[in-house]
Design a protein around this ligand. Structure first.
Ligand SMILES: [Zn+2]
Length: 197
């Protein structure tokens, strides 16, 4: 049986919980150095768990001058966030963003511009953040229970995750950035994301 990765202290990179057995042949994985780092490697078929960061799309969605923030069904009542999602195979980031927006809110893209690309090492993710001007009637998917339209100057980013993108977008518009700090119990649930007001 492959050993499970030891629990790490808060703040360290937390990844690599998923693979104990080779997904290709089912043999237990072993820790070995490969390309300069410890990796989980299959001694039977040489499969390597590279554990590369996963890209996450994040959209700061603007509708008629206001920013749409939505609350996930599993989050506390006052936590609202950007629209986020993963890319599908064969999809460009822009197409993925447009698809996620449609699926989660029923909105259509009018114009889209990159805000930036941000590390989120705690979850082994890379955030690709877009400012999206959108149009349509909001209809939330089942994952989202509630949304708010927030004036840009009232946005309150948090310091990690998509909060970095929200803050950069605000700074580019000369809006004063006031960060909020979240209790760690809440942070676990909502990052990467950001809150409005
Ligand atoms: Zn294998």
């Amino acid at each position: 049986m492959g050993a499970r990765a030891p629990l790490k202290t808060p703040g360290e990179i937390v990844t690599d919980y998923s693979y104990r057995f080779c997904p290709s042949c089912g043999h237990g994985l072993e820790g070995h150095e490969r390309a300069g780092q410890q990796r989980r490697i299959c001694p039977s078929c040489e499969w390597v768990h590279w554990d590369n960061p996963l890209p996450v799309l994040a959209g700061l969605i603007e509708i008629e001058g206001q920013i749409l923030l939505a609350r996930n069904a599993s989050w506390p009542e006052k936590m609202f966030a950007l629209i986020t999602g993963f890319m599908e195979r064969g999809e460009s980031p822009e197409a993925g963003m447009a698809r996620e927006l449609k699926e989660e809110t029923n909105l259509d893209v009018v114009r889209m511009g990159l805000i930036g690309v941000y590390e989120f090492t705690r979850k082994n993710e890379v955030i690709i953040a877009y400012h999206v001007e959108a149009t349509g009637q909001v209809q939330l998917s089942e994952e989202l229970v509630e949304y708010r339209l927030v004036a840009p100057h009232r946005l309150r980013p948090w310091r990690q995750g998509t909060g970095q993108a929200m803050a950069d977008w605000m700074r580019a518009r000369q809006l004063p950035v006031e960060f909020i700090d979240l209790p760690s119990s809440v942070r676990q649930m909502v990052e990467p994301a950001a809150s409005g007001e």
